[in-house]
Design a protein around this ligand. Structure first.
Ligand SMILES: C[S@@+](CC[C@H](N)C(=O)[O-])C[C@H]1O[C@@H](n2cnc3c(N)ncnc32)[C@H](O)[C@@H]1O
Length: 199
């Protein structure tokens, strides 16, 4: 099957089953980064049904992907999607809490796509920097979180959102205040942050 057809059918499944996957504008950024950098080892946090994983591997034929997901139903669908496009030989699907798993990963990565629990980015950052290659890059999705992160108004009333917004602000500050990092925030989709180690 053509790669665009496979991706469209996963997009359709996501819409019908209300699975949050990467927004269309952000897909373009991810695809361009992958095509231009062709990272050998990719780490993804938040596999969901394997949409972004397929997008990355279908656009870089030598890359290998380690992807972490805690929801077993998602894992099953992701596995079947990766199998469908013959990608399983380049995928290591890890089932569990990414915040714990990343503390024990045995190798280093050239590209990390951070798209799991938003309130955990801040806790995951130090471990991710340890396993990011010197010339590697982290792409974090949803850093603007519904426009709330950079909003001057009060924190949202919903407790869940409040924690996400507070922790995303801290994540962004930690990156900004770390002299060994350079970064860029793209106000695309729900907000993307590109993080690299400064030379
Ligand atoms: C936005 S979705 C990922 C979308 C996917 N990257 C894509 O664009 O196709 C976030 C995923 O992170 C998973 N998740 C949430 N908390 C997690 C955790 N602590 N560890 C691993 N995965 C987690 C959710 O179950 C969900 O499937």
């Amino acid at each position: 099957m053509e790669k665009e057809t496979v991706l469209s059918s996963i997009e359709k499944f996501a819409v019908e089953n209300k699975v949050p996957i990467l927004l269309p504008e952000s897909r373009t950024v991810l695809k361009e980064i992958i095509k231009s950098r062709k990272p050998q080892n990719i780490l993804e946090i938040g596999t969901a049904i394997g949409y972004s994983g397929c997008l990355m591997l279908l656009n870089s034929h030598e890359s290998k992907l380690t992807t972490i997901e805690k929801d077993s139903n998602m894992i099953e669908v992701a596995k079947s999607n990766f199998q469908h496009v013959d990608l399983m030989d380049r995928v290591f699907l890890l089932h569990g809490d990414a915040t714990e798993i990343i503390k024990n990963l045995p190798k280093k990565y050239d590209f990390i796509f951070l798209d799991g629990p938003k309130s955990q980015y801040v806790h995951q950052l130090p471990f991710l920097l340890d396993i990011l290659n010197e010339k590697g890059l982290i792409l974090a999705d949803n850093v603007c979180f519904r426009g709330l992160v950079f909003s001057k108004s009060d924190l949202p009333k919903k407790n869940k959102y409040k924690t996400i917004v507070k922790n995303l602000r801290k994540f962004i500050d930690d990156v900004k205040n770390n002299p060994s990092l350079k970064y860029e925030i793209l106000e695309i989709g729900d907000g993307l942050m590109i993080i690299q180690k400064a030379e």
